[in-house]
Design a protein around this ligand. Structure first.
Ligand code: SF4
Length: 446
């Protein structure tokens, strides 16, 4: 069967959404809310939805999340809100993710909610990177009266949402729509703008920003020390997914995606990125896609639902298996792999290997900015008070670049706390400035 990039999960109709919302028990102590990393007021907005009050439902969701259409689609609901729902014990938890997606999509399509743009009087914040962390910081601080400008090296904002999560799970138009909502709050985007050696953080402070947030994620793929892995036929999953995304948006030719029709592809790793890469390879026409994982199924990091969908689509899985050698056919193509499954060696033909064994932060910003401490793996170190501030005063960091969050929603939770830290810090320095200015003018008048 041939798969395409059309979104795989269908949305509710209006009647289905209301019926599903009416099943909710509106629990006094809602386990679903406890299970949600951003403490979304789930029973409250579900109750509004059950009554058909879509605008109210959206307003409640907006209070906790800047990216509900995204979260409704790609959050790990089965391990979070839905996994905690009391009705799950009877086998039918409320489909919270699908309802959140419905409310956010319905609200946007009908143009129901128009948030007022708050006056920007509390200070200026520069945000580097426009992935889930950067967008959350920008949305939260903008709503609180800060002037926020985002600096993004790509030609479109969204980071991993735009270039890492495939279209069939998260359509680009949905990401663009969420970003427009944040733009409508008065957030300014500077695209194709790389902060680093030629445009360092210091110059942002010179421009008058009161604080800088680094949310650049992890752009450097981790590598394994296996003979043959440096061959061009071995691709990093984050690069492969980015190329497919650019190809799908018309910015890259089919040839540049590399993985082609009728290829045999092996994907190494078993997190969500590995599953995304495997299902994407199938959609690019590969005839055989196999995920190789060095542990058993109980240790895989991918969501069970993602794994099951991949199996349904024809992706094969080899557990307790490692690649021990990669042999090239020529300069561009691979010939065969040596696999070791629980101690038994086998040799299999292969065209491409896609590596999805994790990634680490790039050092571009840290190396061009004095005073920012990192750990031995390059992750930026931050403190708890004010939350998220690095060892450099006024410079904050959050998301994957700090090694804390693991998923989109965890990055958002972390960013919400960092936004509070930034607000406290900027309010404090503004207060000090006004006290100092008052003292100086008092002295001048004496
Ligand atoms: Fe509704 Fe389930 Fe949350 Fe209870 S735990 S309020 S039933 S979604």
């Amino acid at each position: 069967m041939t798969y395409n990039f059309k979104e795989v999960n269908e949305s509710y109709t209006l009647a289905e959404a209301i019926r599903e919302a009416q099943r909710c028990l509106h629990c006094k102590v809602p386990a679903c809310k406890k299970g949600c990393p951003v403490s979304n007021d789930i029973p409250e907005w579900i109750a509004e939805l059950a009554k058909g009050n879509f605008g109210n439902a959206m307003g409640i969701i907006n209070g906790r999340s800047n990216l509900p259409s995204v979260c409704g689609r790609v959050c790990g609901h089965e391990r979070q809100c839905e996994g905690s729902c009391v009705l799950g014990k009877q086998g039918h938890h409320i489909n919270i993710g699908k309802l959140e997606r419905f409310v956010a999509d319905f609200d946007s399509d009908a143009g129901l909610t128009h948030e007022a743009i708050p006056e920007k009087t509390r200070g200026r914040i520069a945000v580097i990177g426009s992935g889930p962390s950067g967008l959350t910081i920008a949305g939260d601080l903008s709503r609180q009266g800060f002037a926020v400008e985002i600096f993004e090296m790509e030609s479109e904002p969204g980071g991993v949402l735009m270039y890492g999560i495939p279209e069939y799970r998260l359509p680009k138009d949905v990401v663009r729509r969420e970003i427009r909502k944040i733009e409508n709050l008065g957030v300014v985007f500077h695209l194709n703008t790389t902060i680093g050696e030629n445009y360092p953080i210091d110059s942002l402070f010179k421009q008058g920003f009161d604080a800088v947030f680094i949310g650049t994620g992890t752009g450097v793929a981790k590598r394994l020390d296996i003979p043959g892995l440096s061959h061009p036929g071995v691709r990093q999953a984050i690069r492969f997914l980015r190329r497919v995304s650019l190809y799908e948006s018309g910015f890259m030719s089919r040839d540049e995606v590399i993985v082609g029709n009728d290829d045999r592809v092996y994907v190494v790793g078993c997190g969500n990125t590995a599953i995304d890469a495997a299902r994407t390879a199938l959609r690019m026409g590969s005839k055989e896609v196999t995920v190789v994982y060095h542990r058993d199924i109980t240790h895989m990091k991918a969501l069970r639902s993602e794994y099951e969908d991949a199996v349904k689509e024809g992706v094969k899985f080899l557990w307790n298996t490692t690649i021990t050698n990669v042999e090239a056919l020529d300069e561009y193509r691979l010939k065969q792999l040596t696999l070791n499954t629980s101690g038994v060696e086998s040799v299999v033909p292969v065209d491409h290997v896609v590596m999805a064994v994790g990634s680490a932060p790039a050092s571009r910003i840290v190396s061009s900015t004095g005073g920012i401490e990192v750990d031995d793996k390059g992750y930026v170190l931050t403190r708890d008070n004010p939350y998220g501030m690095t060892s450099r005063k006024g410079v904050f960091a959050g998301g994957d670049v700090t090694n804390r969050p693991a998923t989109v929603v965890h990055a958002m939770r972390d960013a919400k706390q960092v936004a509070e830290g930034i607000a406290r810090y900027v309010d404090a320095i503004k207060l000090m400035e006004s006290i100092n200015n008052a003292t100086i003018s008092k002295k001048e008048n004496e």
